[in-house]
Design a protein around this ligand. Structure first.
Ligand code: NDP
Length: 253
């Protein structure tokens, strides 16, 4: 694996650093995914907004259009129920519509229960693993043939502090994030010598979003960084300046 020389947290993106890139963002309707989609578009990317709540995606679409950024696309999909065929169809649609893909941000995620393993409800465990892990595998697998044709491409998985050191009561969420780190490492190694695709993991750190508010209801959101403030790391890992960096796990703050 290559060693990084740039700290993504302090990266200063050029205005048009994602010019001519097509980037898919999962969970683009709210929180970090929404801000990432808008930020990518502001920096020149054509963004594919994937999510399960169309109204939220439409609001992000409008915001990008109104800012004069490249026109995005909306791809409604629920990651919990999507089948391998759904992902194949999506890949064909993207290839037809855009002719390629240069970036994939796996951002969507769900918290599940905050309880002990002993009390964890099995159906919720399955649901969290499906959305936070299995969907990433299926989506990546389907899109790999298109991404591999790009001259320069990046896949970023979203991790968490509880995906690096287990913490009581974080259940399937923590386990799914450990597995996400593993998936990223395996994939990075497989692609390193044979493609122009780099694969990295990014831990956003405590960030002011709806998920964080549910996880820490007593916390003052004003003490947290906003999604906008952690964008340098996202722009670095999705953009051309991280070329040659793969198989690593970064912190956005
Ligand atoms: P939010 O809950 O604000 O956003 C999560 C997004 O994922 C939403 O757009 C949501 O869609 C989407 N999503 C959830 N389930 C599905 C599904 N079944 N199908 C499609 N989309 C789905 O969370 P954050 O912005 O806080 O989190 C973004 C990522 O960052 C997650 O992977 C999270 O684990 C990670 N993270 C966040 C931290 C934080 O402090 N905020 C800290 C560490 C990691 P909808 O709005 O329609 O429900």
């Amino acid at each position: 694996m290559t060693m990084s020389t740039q700290d993504p947290k302090t990266y200063q993106p050029a205005e048009n650093c994602l010019h001519d890139r097509v980037i898919l963002v999962t969970g683009a309707g709210s929180g970090i995914g929404r801000t990432a989609a808008i930020s990518f578009a502001t920096h020149g990317a054509t963004v594919i907004l994937l999510g399960r709540t169309v109204e939220k995606l439409e609001a992000v679409y409008d915001e990008i259009e109104n800012a004069g950024s490249p026109t995005p696309a909306i791809y409604p999909l629920c990651l919990e129920g999507a089948t391998e065929q759904d992902y194949q169809t999506m890949a064909s649609n993207i290839e037809q519509e855009f002719g390629g893909l240069h970036g994939l941000l796996h951002n969507a995620g769900m918290l599940g229960q905050r309880t002990t393993i002993a009390n964890y409800q099995a159906p919720i465990w399955q649901q969290v693993m499906q959305v936070n892990l299995n969907a990433q595998f299926l989506l990546t697998k389907a899109l790999l043939p298109i991404i591999k044709t790009a001259d320069d491409a990046a896949i970023v998985f979203t991790s968490s502090g509880v995906g690096r050191k287990g913490r009581p009561f974080w259940g399937a969420y923590a386990v799914s994030k450990f597995a996400t780190e593993g998936l990223a490492q395996v994939l990075a190694g497989e692609l390193e010598e044979v493609s122009n695709v780099r694969v990295n993991c990014l831990n956003p750190g405590a960030t002011r979003t709806p998920m964080r508010a549910v996880a820490y209801p007593a916390e003052d959101p004003g003490t947290l960084l906003t999604p906008e403030q952690i964008m340098p790391a996202y722009l670095y890992l999705l953009g051309p300046d991280s070329k040659g960096i793969s198989g690593q796990s970064f912190d956005a703050q």
